[in-house]
Every structure is written in structure tokens, then in C-alpha cells.
Write a protein that binds this ligand. Structure first.
Ligand code: PMP
Length: 306
């Protein structure tokens, strides 16, 4: 199923055939980008579907909306139910799920106090972050800078924030790499276009602080996994050349999962080989998202889809 084959979309409180799930041309979010969303994934195992860290994603959606002054007219439980209903209506076990909160078409003014706040939920079967597979991906440092904390609200997963990511990703593809690291306004490594950053040096796991990147749920998951394995985790500012000489580098995200980086700015990391800890995180992540690691079973919301 591709995007064009989606059967049902949850919009405004009901499931509609995708051709009937329409928004008005004057939809305020479409014009200026003030909206918030989540990227969530469900995984299939033993004829069930497991939505990964649904509670955390929905909590972040509501945090994003609060930051953006949007009052979601549903409870968190209602949004979770809408997501489960969307999976069932599309008969999807393995899915990428995107709830999006957007402003209606009452006004095209920049003053959005009169705008209605609406919700849609899309789910489809695949989202390929990059074509690295198990080999990993090649990345550059972007010529674009990541948001300044007082220009755009980086704790919000806000639609408009992704203009910066789209520009950077297009540039990356034009330069024949898979993705880019964006530096913050002070020149430190911030995040990838849609993923957080980790590096390993001498057995210690490093990741940039959250000051101006998204508080990734996969990032939180990897930190927990590392701590439970006894790996020291340090959150500190990283420079681009620290990444060049790292033992291992990988990026994390709901779409990217755990994706190793074998090359940065034409320099091979670990001679282009995936390191041991990266492999451990990649494998463990694939098991736990499918509800196969008892220790982390609380992260999985089971949906029975026959
Ligand atoms: N940073 C950005 C900019 C992202 O878009 C994402 C993907 N949502 C992430 C980090 C990773 O977040 P998560 O692990 O919650 O998907």
C-alpha cells in the first residue's frame, strides 16, 4: 500500500474513505505551517500489531500543541483510540502513523485566535527514512543551520520546523549523500533532518544535549537500552570533527530506527564498518519494538488485527 492506496483516513472525529477526507484550500496550516504532528510506528509479531511507545508519542503531540498555542479538542485517550481505529480500518499491522493537528479555514490571518483546531490520522504501510539498509548511510554536514531556540520552538514537532529539514535533505540528495547533520547556531552538531545523533568513542555513548533538537522517543529508548547494558551515556555538545574520529556513529528516529553512518563528509567512520555497539542497538531495537523483550513490554500497545 502506498500513500495513494490508503483506504480510510480519520478526520474530524470519523473514518472517511480517503477520497472524501478533504481539507479546504483556505486551511490556515497549509498556508503558514502552524500545525503539529507525530510520527509513530506499529510492528507486527505473531498476528498482532504493536504500536511502539504510543503513550509517549501522544504526550509529545499534546506538548507540541501547548507550545504552539493549539487546544486539541480531544483527550489523549481519544487520540489513541483514533489511531487504533485507523489501523483496524486499513487492516494494517506494520504501519507508519501520522496524527496531525491543524488549523481550520476560518481565517487566513496570521492571528489564529479564531481558528478551529482539527485532527487527522493517516496510516500507511511503509516509511523508508533512507536506503542504507544494514550497510548504513553516508552523510554530510549541512550548509543549513538548525533552528535557533528563539526562532522556532524545537521541543515541538511542528509542521513549519520541517521546512529547514526539507531544504537540507534536498541539498543532501543533490550531493549524493543519504542525509545530513545540521549544526546549531553556535556550530555544534544538533540532529539529522528527521533523526537524533549518537556517537561512540572508547565505549562511551555520546549524544548532543536537547537544547535545540527534538526530544526523540527513539533517542530515549537507546539511552535506556545503553544504561541497562551498563554503557556510560554522556549528553554533551559534539563538534563535527568529533564525529569524524568517532568509533561509531548512528542516527535514531521512529522512521530511521537505529541507522548506522559509515561516512561523514567523505571520511570513513570505523573504516566504513558497522561497530559492535551499533549492531547491538540495531538488533535489540528490532526485537523490542515487536514486544519480544519482556523487560520493555510496557512500551508496546497491542492491537488485535485479524
Ligand atoms: N529529530 C527530528 C527533527 C525528527 O523529525 C525526528 C523524528 N520524529 C527525530 C529527531 C526523532 O524522534 P523520534 O525518535 O521520536 O521519532
Amino acid at each position: 500500500m502506498s500513500l495513494s492506496n490508503i483506504k480510510k483516513i480519520w478526520i474530524g472525529g470519523e473514518l472517511k474513505a480517503s477520497n472524501d477526507a478533504l481539507v479546504h484550500c483556505a486551511t490556515n496550516t497549509l498556508h503558514y505551517g502552524l500545525g503539529v504532528f507525530e510520527g509513530i510506528r506499529s510492528y507486527s509479531h505473531n498476528s498482532s500489531s504493536y504500536i511502539f511507545r504510543l503513550d509517549d508519542h501522544i504526550a509529545r503531540l499534546f506538548d507540541s500543541a501547548l507550545i504552539m498555542n493549539m487546544n486539541i479538542p480531544y483527550t489523549q485517550d481519544e487520540v489513541k483510540q483514533a489511531i487504533k481505529d485507523t489501523l483496524l480500518a486499513n487492516n494494517l499491522r506494520e504501519a507508519y502513523i501520522k496524527p496531525m493537528v491543524y488549523l481550520g479555514s476560518e481565517t487566513l490571518s496570521l492571528d489564529t485566535r479564531e481558528s478551529s483546531v482539527n485532527l487527522m490520522v493517516l496510516a500507511w504501510d511503509a516509511y523508508n527514512y533512507a536506503d542504507g539498509g544494514n550497510k548504513g548511510i553516508a552523510m554530510n554536514i549541512s550548509s543549513f543551520t538548525r533552528h535557533h531556540v528563539n526562532v522556532s520552538m524545537t521541543k515541538a514537532k511542528a509542521n513549519g520546523n520541517y521546512l529547514n529539514s526539507q531544504l537540507a535533505l534536498r541539498e543532501a540528495k543533490n550531493c549524493n549523500v543519504d542525509d545530513v547533520f545540521l549544526l546549531d547556531t553556535e556550530g555544534y552538531v544538533c540532529e539529522a533532518t528527521g533523526a537524533n545523533v549518537f556517537m561512540i568513542k572508547n565505549g562511551v555513548l555520546y549524544t548532543p544535549p536537547l537544547s535545540n533538537c527534538l526530544n526523540g522517543i527513539t533517542r530515549q529508548t537507546i539511552i535506556t537500552l545503553a544504561q541497562d547494558k551498563g554503557v556510560k551515556v554522556v549528553s554533551k555538545r559534539l563538534t563535527r570533527d568529533e564525529l569524524y574520529i568517532a568509533d561509531e556513529v548512528f542516527i535514531t528516529g521512529t522512521a530511521a530506527e537505529v541507522l548506522p553512518v559509515y561516512q561523514i563528509d567523505s571520511r570513513y567512520i570505523n573504516n566504513g564498518n558497522i561497530g559492535e555497539l551499533s549492531q547491538f542497538f540495531m538488533q535489540e531495537y528490532q526485537l523490542l519494538v515487536r514486544g519480544r523483550v519482556p523487560q520493555y513490554i510496557d512500551w508496546n500497545s497491542k492491537v488485535n488485527i485479524t
